[in-house]
Write a protein that binds this ligand. Structure first.
Ligand code: OOG
Ligand code: NI
Length: 453
């Protein structure tokens, strides 16, 4: 029997994320403008900071920077979510983390589909933040029933993509030709539809309950609602957005600017109002799609995260209602309590690091020292921060909110329900912190073994 050559999941993901970016640039030209702005700011930053250039290059982050992006979708049913899990597996993307947005007044809970191991992450860390509508949070029973009925009639997947997913599952991979077909068919699920599946009255009724419900329910599929390139200087991108005709959200979410970035900072240009044809031929509009940028830093340990959460909370209370400059100034002051050097963050156990041998370390033999600090001091090993690959619930809520219109939503009673999310997903979500801890541990074990050899 002739064996088919199968394409690696990294390659499938690469092709898909490229195709997705091309589709979104064609659909939302302003996203293309955002990409140009980010590219320009990244280039300037690298020119001004040769040390940063060197570090990113050593970490293989430079290569992935130009392909790095995340996107987001929102789905309505368990069947849609679990099929998406199978679809993303074809691209080597798995559900990591559980995010409860109900606390922030958005009736969804979410996960991020993303690659998991070091190698896959360094090739292309493409992630899709995926939210599931929480039907039980729709208070109006008539509307809830109507929502369920509408969602029950749609199929967001092409029959061909279902076939190819099954093919992947039975063969353990896809051939080159099947991969191209898969990318084309999978893309259909994420496409924008100018025609709504409901009439204008239904749309308004759903909007009145929550804008997000209308966005999930009224269309044939879960259009990709934004894509997000990674920038090396988010403050500069925010500053320059108006110059290129974009309307940035009020503040940059997350921690303030630092010498050594932590976690994730995000901002977006606000969603555009787009014309929609509703059932019964009525014309109307819908606001859903935007562009976002992110700046990523080091992943924090549970201890570091607890400190971050506490400082963020304090800062947000003090900064409520301020413009971005004032907001950042307040955050800066508050975050002075968070050590801002690799050494301090490592010694205090606040962040995760990757340990690797220096050139001296590579030639060392029979070393019995196992203390990392001593080995670093002896110049045998070096450390690099492990980049945070995930999301932040408070920041995500800020991104949702600023793109769902101005009405501030009240928190939903009912809180997190990870178990029901996992039931809908048909799998457990991986705990993101354990992934970083394991990558750090493995890197330490590897250097020790090699020094002792
Ligand atoms: C998702 C918003 C969250 C992020 O980067 O935190 C998000 C959405 O609007 O569907 O994408
Ligand atoms: Ni996003």
């Amino acid at each position: 029997m002739i064996q088919k050559t199968l394409v690696s999941t990294d390659d499938v993901r690469n092709r898909f994320s490229k195709a997705m970016s091309a589709m979104y640039q064609a659909e939302v030209p302003q996203y293309g403008t955002l990409l140009e702005l980010v590219e320009c700011v990244n280039q300037e930053t690298l020119n001004q900071q040769p040390e940063l250039y060197r570090r990113l290059e050593a970490q293989n982050e430079l290569a992935r920077l130009s392909v790095e992006r995340h996107g987001a979708i929102r789905v309505g049913t368990a069947a849609e979510l679990s099929m998406l899990r199978r679809l993303f597996a074809v691209m080597g993307m798995y559900p990591v983390g559980y995010y409860d947005l109900s606390e922030a007044g958005v009736p969804v809970h979410s996960t991020a589909f993303r690659p998991i191991n070091d190698d896959a992450l360094s090739k292309n860390p493409f992630r899709i933040f995926t939210s599931l509508l929480r039907m039980e949070l729709i208070a109006n029973e008539v509307l809830r029933k109507r929502t369920e009925a509408i969602l029950a009639t749609r199929d967001i997947f092409t029959s061909k993509v279902r076939e190819l997913i099954e093919c992947y599952e039975s063969q353990g991979g896809l051939s080159d030709k099947e991969t191209d077909q898969f990318v084309k068919e999978a893309l259909e699920t994420f496409r924008w539809h100018q025609n709504a599946t409901v009439d204008l009255d239904t749309y308004h009724a759903l909007c009145d309950e929550h804008r997000l419900i209308a966005d999930v329910v009224c269309f044939r599929g879960p259009h990709i609602n934004h894509l997000t390139p990674r920038t090396l200087d988010i403050d500069e991108v925010q500053r320059r957005m108006p110059d290129v005709g974009m309307n940035p959200k009020a503040v940059i979410e997350g921690p303030p600017r630092r010498e050594r970035p932590i976690l994730l900072r995000q901002t977006s240009f606000k969603a555009l109002e787009e014309s929609i044809r509703f059932a019964g031929e009525a014309q109307g509009t819908h606001t859903a799609r935007f562009g976002e940028v992110e700046q990523r830093g080091v992943a924090l340990t549970p201890k570091g995260r607890a400190l971050y959460d506490q400082l963020l909370n304090d800062g947000r209370k003090q900064a409520a209602g301020l413009d971005n400059d004032a907001h950042q100034a307040v955050m800066n002051g508050v975050f002075a309590a968070f050590p801002d050097s690799d050494q301090a963050m490592r010694r205090e156990g606040l962040a995760y690091f990757h340990y690797f041998l220096t050139t001296t370390g590579q030639t060392a033999k029979d070393c019995t020292e196992e203390d990392m600090e001593a080995l670093i001091a002896q110049g045998l090993i070096e450390v690099q921060p492990i980049t945070y690959e995930d999301f932040l619930p408070v920041s995500a809520a800020g991104i949702f909110q600023s793109n769902l219109g101005s009405a501030q939503s009240e928190a939903y009673a009912g809180s997190a329900n990870r178990k029901s999310f996992e039931e809908a997903l048909g799998a457990q979500v991986t705990d993101e912190l354990s992934l970083y801890a394991e990558r750090e541990r493995a890197s330490k074990a590897k250097v020790i073994t090699s020094l002792q050899g």
